[in-house]
Design a protein around this ligand. Sequence first.
Ligand SMILES: Cc1cc2nc3c(=O)[nH]c(=O)nc-3n(C[C@H](O)[C@H](O)[C@H](O)COP(=O)(O)OP(=O)(O)OC[C@H]3O[C@@H](n4cnc5c(N)ncnc54)[C@H](O)[C@@H]3O)c2cc1C
Length: 323
Amino acid sequence: MAILFIVDLVDGKVKKGSFEVASYASKLAANTGTEAVGLALGTANDSDLADLGSYGTTKIYHASNNAFNSFDAGVYAQAVKDAADKIGAHTVIFSMGLTGKAVAPRVAVKMNAGIVSGAVALPDTSNGFVVKKGAFSGKAFALVSINTENKVVSVTPNAYGATKGSGTATVEAIDLIPAASRITVKEVKRQQGDVAPLPEAELVVSAGRGMKGPENWGIIEDLAASLGATTACSRPVADVGWRPHHEHVGQTGVAIRPNLYIAVGISGAIQHLAGVNQSKTIVVINKDPEAPFFKAADYGVVGDLFEVVPKLTEAIKKFKAQQ
Ligand SMILES: Cc1cc2nc3c(=O)[nH]c(=O)nc-3n(C[C@H](O)[C@H](O)[C@H](O)COP(=O)(O)OP(=O)(O)OC[C@H]3O[C@@H](n4cnc5c(N)ncnc54)[C@H](O)[C@@H]3O)c2cc1C
């Protein structure tokens, strides 16, 4: 009756969200008197997988077949279902990143399981299995009860957090036969860079139409670099091609939950807020004191971004140099 959590890999490396789901699944297992085990699909270093043990898990099953190296939601879903059957797991936990979003619902169908997507807290198992999730673009919470024996939960990135302790997990090979694929992956293009991809980022510097044009983005990149933050933008900025579409956050873009969101020259329209209002701390820089974003802000600077942003970057660099 183990709880199975899915280890997200990118180019063979364990993604940050996996630490969070390992912690989440391990705590849930402790609360329900069972054990949490992980499943990694594709090439990965077994010692990296064993490190997941410091997040409370005892065992990682590793299906290293090359066929799992190119992501295919249908193939992954079948493999997860087969693994759950072999292990005897009735509950499967995903991180709600790109993989989780595509695979979790498919696994739920295959397992005849109730599903909660976007959990923000551990299930309350005192009387059934009740999961808290964000609703209405993060404006409210819903408590959803799963009544089926099989359960699938995907956890909103950065909502629960990873708790690191000590220990290593044993890594055990598991033989999963990849299902026939209905798609062909011709090319995989990865975003380059040292910073975390937007859905996982803890620090985000975002800018909007107040920037006037793409040629001015240097000050945003400087501010982001000074913090080690990921850059983002409002939708119109991506629509006119000032920034790439993968940076667009909001209702129709990426929904994020960083520890710090700095919004520069963004008005704070409801559709933008829908994707960012779960951020732990919001800092707004806008020359219009009536900009709606100030109502959602923890800290606000009323001023011209072309003066404020370089000064802020300078101050951060100076502060870091003193540490
Ligand atoms: C169905 C639908 C879905 C949408 N989805 C999204 C979405 O996912 N994400 C999203 O972002 N938008 C979305 N939008 C668009 C959204 O409604 C707003 O139009 C958009 O967010 C506005 O972008 P902005 O704040 O960059 O630009 P603007 O509204 O033009 O605001 C620019 C801001 O910059 C400030 N400013 C200007 N110059 C300076 C300066 N020198 N210094 C400081 N501040 C300055 C201004 O005071 C203003 O507040 C959606 C709209 C619809 C209808």
